[in-house]
Design a protein around this ligand. Structure first.
Ligand SMILES: O=C(O)CCC(=O)C(=O)O
Length: 277
């Protein structure tokens, strides 16, 4: 029996590769978290910006708390079972009237995992819609394995390599419209992307990328995992990560630097170029 989702939602996830929208918190709660985020951007501009956007949950308590939000974890458990860790997180922020977009891609392509059966909750901290540049999914595309990607390094593409899957039938795409406080969740192999923000409003999304069963391992780089629920990742090759004691504490900052170096080495493994994010 699922903990949060209905049986129909679980079946829908397996059929289409995503679920959306899911009510996670009130709009007021989401606005309060966004305020904390914008306060952190002001206070620690070197530690949280468009280039330094990965794994901020390892240094900011309010993001760590989102990563351990009980409802998020119940939803994850309904989809991948009781034993899982968190691999990383990414803040996907698009400023008002900015050209930045995300090309059609499959998350698992460059993660170097032994299985791609994992989930990414994406939490909206602002309105995410067609104008602000919401995510769009190609339903069912998680069933066709990883397709070839071209690394374009296109300037306005905010994916690491600007990687793109060719020949996507865009007529089947579904826009995931979210109000602040709602979330979506998607499979590691689903083809998805997002357009530029043509509105006057900032679009702020926090992707917990990704929660993975603890029998899944990294086969490129160091095997680093933040234990979340159930049986933790085990083995001599596992580096266990820790939650921050308080925001920006020294040990947490050091740990994140180490994790982000490893993250970059994995995501750019074999790449022709390396960008600063
Ligand atoms: O936030 C976006 O526009 C894209 C995010 C994304 O590709 C992801 O979370 O996997």
């Amino acid at each position: 029996m699922p903990k949060f989702l209905s049986d129909a939602q679980v079946a829908q996830y397996h059929e289409y590769g995503y679920l959306s929208p899911i009510d996670l918190m009130s709009e007021d709660e989401a606005v309060a978290i966004r305020e904390q985020l914008e306060n952190a951007e002001e206070r620690f501009p070197e530690h949280i910006n468009a280039e330094n956007r990965n794994n901020a949950h390892l240094v900011f308590k309010f993001l760590d708390e989102l990563a351990f939000h009980n409802t998020v974890l119940d939803i994850v458990e309904d989809l991948i079972g009781p034993d899982f860790s968190l691999w990383g997180s990414v803040l996907f922020i698009k400023d008002p009237s900015s050209p930045h977009y995300v090309s059609w891609h499959q998350d698992a392509t460059y993660m170097g995992m032994t299985s791609n059966d994992f989930v990414t909750p994406w939490i909206a901290l602002s309105p995410s819609n067609r104008e602000t540049g919401c995510m769009s999914m190609i339903p069912g595309s998680h069933k066709n394995n990883i397709r070839p990607h071209d690394d374009t390094y296109a300037q306005d593409n905010i994916l690491t390599r600007g990687q793109v899957v060719k020949d996507v039938d865009e007529s089947t795409a579904v826009d995931l419209v979210l109000r602040p406080g709602q979330m979506s969740i998607h499979h590691g192999e689903i083809v998805h992307g997002s357009q530029a923000n043509v509105s006057q409003e900032r679009r702020v999304g926090f992707a917990l990328q990704s929660y993975m069963r603890t029998d899944i391992k990294q086969h490129i780089g160091e095997n680093m995992w933040l234990p979340v629920r159930g049986k933790a990742h085990a083995g001599d090759d596992i580096t266990v990560l820790h939650r921050p004691e308080s925001s920006m504490d020294d040990a947490a900052v050091k740990q994140r630097e180490h994790v982000n170096k490893n993250f970059g080495d994995i995501l750019y493994h074999g790449a022709q170029q390396r960008r600063n994010y």
